[in-house]
Design a protein around this ligand. Structure first.
Ligand code: ZN
Ligand code: ZN
Length: 406
């Protein structure tokens, strides 16, 4: 019956939308959920959609997909490639692409809802399908919780979700405990005193201050953390100046920080402030630097017991050889906000989406072929099948593990 998942996926891929602007996608999702007989709530956390399928007394299982695309110009050359443009928060026109595979997530979750809906004589409980906005900003899940999600739907006993990744389709990656890093994005403004490039003695040079701070920041991970702890401190942007013979007034640094536990996060963020203040003082800065904290993604932590149940269910369904432990991943996710808001355990796994044929080289040489594009690449292009079928079955298998069996 029903949905043609491949056609749905191609349509979503051709028409991606930026974070908190997923209006068309949300409309398509809500339409399908209504057709499948679910109670549908729209506009939660701006563009979020939730479908509830009540099917007798039993556990409440929440399954989540994210809907947003990215400001990336698609370069896959696929016949269903996106040519869409959108307006970013600064008002700029930007290209838009499903470069992170959230179109896969939406398609698989709709497929899973259809499957569970048509098999509802086999299970008891309540299924809640969450389609969240703005995962790429780290704020979509929290926006839904803050907008009253758990006043509209019952709090779940478990939250489940998946992310497509560039390993072979047909494989799943799952682990208990820390699954993905927390991420913090911050902008630092350094204040100097501007003047003529020929008379540095009359100025305080913020370019030198920014350069010294950037170098010194790399000492935090290498010199202040124990070998058993890990973090990433990336200075992704440095901006200062307008002309070669002008010493500017200010410089800004844009940082991305990743860590795998809260104590390390607190230590690294504290060290960043200390180092930057120290460099400003060393330069004789006329004003203290300013720290502006922007996106924050929480740690993605899989409940050990619940993840163990899902792993066993996956092994039984797909074969133990197709389930891998990916280790803690340095990427970040906001799905944890849904679990935290409900006080529920989380299980989040990775879904292989790359053409298995591309991994022949891996099998023979032990090296990943470098031509497999990763998420956020303009060339990111999951194979449609077996990815969609496998992702749908993974969601159904995990949900059925927690729903009661009739
Ligand atoms: Zn992404
Ligand atoms: Zn993503």
């Amino acid at each position: 019956m029903g949905m043609d998942l491949q056609e749905l996926y191609r349509d979503l891929h051709t028409h991606p939308e930026l974070s908190f602007q997923e209006v068309r996608t949300a409309g398509i999702v809500a339409g399908h959920l209504e057709q499948l007989g679910l109670t549908v709530h729209r506009g939660i956390g701006k563009t979020g959609v939730v479908g509830v399928l009540e099917n007798g007394a039993g556990p409440v299982v929440m399954v989540r997909a994210d809907m947003d695309g990215l400001p990336v110009k698609e370069a896959t050359g696929l016949d269903y490639a996106s040519a869409e443009v959108g307006i970013d928060p600064e008002g700029n026109e930007v290209p838009v692409m499903h470069a992170c595979g959230h179109d896969v997530h939406v398609s698989c979750l709709l497929g899973a809802v259809e499957s569970l809906s048509s098999a509802r004589q086999e299970w008891r409980g309540t299924l809640i399908a969450v389609f969240q906005p703005a995962e790429e900003w780290g704020g979509g899940a929290e926006a839904m919780v803050n907008d009253g999600l758990y006043g509209l739907v019952p709090k779940p006993d478990v939250v489940l979700g998946q992310h497509v990744a560039p390993f072979p389709a047909g494989w799943l990656g799952l682990r208990g405990g820390v699954a993905m890093a927390s991420a913090d994005s911050l902008t630092i403004t350094l204040h100097g005193r501007g003047g003529h490039g020929s008379r540095p003695e009359t100025t305080v040079d913020p370019v030198l201050m920014a350069a010294a701070a950037t170098v010194r920041l790399q000492g935090i991970v290498s010199r202040e953390l124990a070998a058993s702890d890990s973090a990433v401190v990336t200075v992704g942007q440095i901006h200062s100046g307008t002309k070669n013979n002008i010493i500017p007034e200010t410089a800004t640094l844009g940082l991305s920080v990743r860590s795998f536990d809260d104590a390390t996060r607190d230590k690294v963020l504290g060290s960043i402030e200390r180092v930057v203040r120290g460099e400003a003082a060393a330069s004789g800065a006329p004003r203290e630097p300013e720290f502006s904290y922007e996106d924050h993604f929480p740690l993605t932590f899989n409940d050990e017991a619940a993840a163990g149940r899902v792993t066993a269910a996956f092994q039984a369904k797909f074969g133990a050889g197709h389930i891998i432990d990916p280790g803690p991943v340095s990427g970040s996710e906001d799905v944890g906000a849904l679990a935290k808001g409900a006080g529920a355990p989380l299980v989040f796994w990775f879904l292989g989406g790359a053409d298995p044929a591309l991994f022949q080289e891996w099998a023979t040489t032990g090296r990943l072929p470098e031509d497999i594009p990763s998420n956020h690449s303009p060339h990111f292009a999951p194979v449609i099948e077996p990815t969609l079928t496998h992702g749908t079955e993974a969601l159904v298998t995990a949900a059925r593990e927690f729903l009661a069996t009739n």
